[in-house]
Design a protein around this ligand. Structure first.
Ligand SMILES: *[C@@H]1O[C@H](CO)[C@@H](O)[C@H](O)[C@H]1NC(C)=O
Ligand SMILES: *[C@@H]1O[C@H](CO)[C@@H](O)[C@H](O)[C@H]1NC(C)=O
Length: 134
């Protein structure tokens, strides 16, 4: 009974760690960066060094606005239930990645007069048999 329980727990733990434990990190500060994620995993995307000098910025996913911040206050984040943006280090963390997260992300920054002050993009790819080169 004990060994059955133990092996069940090991099996459970192994599967949980296999599907939720994969963390990847990506430097998205360079235009055209390629980022990799794992299905069900977590990706930390560094979008910028620090946001303290930037009055407004927004992150688009395939031209759909997903994150918008003014003076380092996040006004909205359409995937807030499984992501977190940290203005202090400019890192956007997305948890529980799914295949629909794949695609092109564009970061746009604006000065205090609302003029565009920068724009760069990155691509999020998935590792594994299912997703290579699609
Ligand atoms: C960025 O800051 C957040 C919150 O302080 C922290 O959890 C995260 O680990 C930091 N990420 C990096 C890459 O420094
Ligand atoms: C992760 O996302 C899938 C759908 O993509 C969902 O079915 C599942 O409940 C989510 N898991 C967590 C822990 O949020």
């Amino acid at each position: 009974m004990v060994s059955y329980y133990t092996s069940f727990m090991l099996f459970f733990f192994f599967n949980v760690s296999k599907f939720t434990g994969v963390k990847t990190h990506c430097d998205g500060r360079q235009d055209g960066a390629q980022c990799y994620g794992a299905l069900g995993g977590t990706v930390d995307i560094q979008l910028m060094d620090s946001t303290s000098e930037i009055s407004r910025y927004q992150l688009l996913k395939n031209s759909l606005k997903i994150l918008y911040a003014i003076n380092n206050k996040v006004i909205f984040n359409t995937i807030a239930h499984r992501s977190h943006f940290s203005p202090s280090n400019g890192t956007f963390r997305i948890n529980n990645l799914s295949i629909t997260d794949r695609g092109k992300y564009t970061l746009q920054t604006f000065d205090s007069d609302g003029r565009s002050s920068g724009e760069w993009t990155l691509q999020l790819f998935f590792q594994g048999k299912c997703c290579v080169n699609k």
